[in-house]
Write a protein that binds this ligand. Structure first.
Ligand SMILES: Cc1cc2nc3c(=O)[nH]c(=O)nc-3n(C[C@H](O)[C@H](O)[C@H](O)COP(=O)(O)OP(=O)(O)OC[C@H]3O[C@@H](n4cnc5c(N)ncnc54)[C@H](O)[C@@H]3O)c2cc1C
Length: 305
């Protein structure tokens, strides 16, 4: 037919939503997306579609979600690393730990500072993930996105309102990322640094338990708290610990005795246990320390948002 536009087929069906909590509800409609054309089709079908990364900062409510859930693979799972210049162009579905290894192995320095946590590059940008050794926004040159109307855009670093644990990119979908790393670094030194950071994390965090890492953002104090002056950013884990909440449990969810900002779950935990525990932590920290915590972990629910 003249003028007909062929749309790429999508296979859409119900599926579990894999998260690092290893609990939670399912997607009524789930699709693996391998190309930009498929992504546009998906957004035509459901402009409110949700993008799943590695599920490392995500809790899905027990009742699951009705929106289309998209998992990026195919062309979003590719990386080009120019070891001579340190320029990296990587798809949003590519796993951060793999990219760190790829870069370290060709002597491109920078990303080893982000060793020791799971993510896709898309999720990492969305969350501006990082920690005491650095955050992803330090290395960003450009981010390629698509908006809910299927319009593609390339954003320069200076135009992206990154802040602590946020990209400020709203509901746009990251499709790929350009990073600038330092080329020509000593590979053995990079591997050592990567190992040291991972060892530090293993010693201080319950990495073998099911969790989403830190559940709350580290607050900047409005008023003095114990030895900390107003304006200081203090670890939420330290505050939760000082509030005496290590070990607090609701159903199969509990505050890790190793790191109080980690909520860990048993296999039979319900997402509602985690949600109730997060609310209880927030309430008790506010009541005992006068500090308002804000959630870092993202919750998908058909009942809120
Ligand atoms: C053991 C453990 C340790 C952790 N340690 C850290 C740490 O040290 N520092 C840290 O910052 N985080 C940490 N986290 C949390 C998590 O690793 C990061 O937040 C990570 O960036 C999440 O990426 P993801 O791909 O898993 O995103 P998901 O959890 O799948 O999604 C998180 C959010 O990002 C959105 N998103 C995903 N992909 C895209 C995309 N392509 N475009 C737009 N939005 C997208 C989702 O819709 C969702 O809103 C830890 C988690 C675990 C389980």
């Amino acid at each position: 037919m003249a003028g007909a536009v062929m749309k790429p087929e999508l296979t859409i069906g119900p599926a579990p939503i894999p998260t690092w909590f290893q609990i939670g509800g399912t997607a009524e409609r789930f699709a693996r997306i391998d190309s930009l054309a498929q992504l546009r089709t998906a957004l035509d079908i459901d402009p409110g579609a949700r993008t799943l990364g590695d599920g490392a900062n995500l809790l899905v409510d027990d009742d699951g979600v009705a929106d289309l859930v998209l998992a990026l693979g195919g062309e979003f799972n590719q990386a080009r690393i120019d070891s001579a210049t340190g320029a990296v162009h990587v798809g949003a579905g590519y796993k951060l730990p793999k990219l760190i290894n790829d870069c370290v192995n060709v002597g491109c320095a920078g990303l080893e500072a982000l060793a020791g946590f799971p993510a896709t590059l898309g999720g990492c940008i969305a969350m501006n993930a990082g920690g005491r050794h650095g955050e992803i926004s330090q290395f960003v040159q450009r981010v390629h996105i698509i908006d809910r109307n299927g319009r593609q855009r390339t954003l320069e670093r200076a135009d992206i309102p990154f802040t602590y644990r946020s990209s400020g990119l709203g509901d746009t979908i990251v499709t790929s990322v350009e990073l600038q790393l330092q080329p020509g670094a000593d590979i053995a030194a990079l591997k050592l640094r990567q190992r040291e950071i991972m060892e530090f994390k293993k010693a201080s965090q319950p990495l073998s338990a099911s969790s989403a890492g830190c559940c709350f953002k580290n607050p900047t104090l409005m008023e003095a708290f114990q030895e900390f002056a107003p304006g200081t950013r203090v670890g939420a884990g330290l505050i939760i610990d000082r509030a005496g909440l290590k070990g607090l449990a609701i159903g199969g969810a509990s505050v890790s005795p190793q790191h109080a900002n980690f909520v860990v779950t048993t296999k039979d935990a319900k997402a509602r246990d985690v949600i109730a525990l997060l609310a209880e932590i927030t309430r008790r920290v506010h009541d005992t320390c006068g500090i308002q915590l804000h959630r870092e972990v993202v919750i998908w629910s058909r009942h809120t948002d």
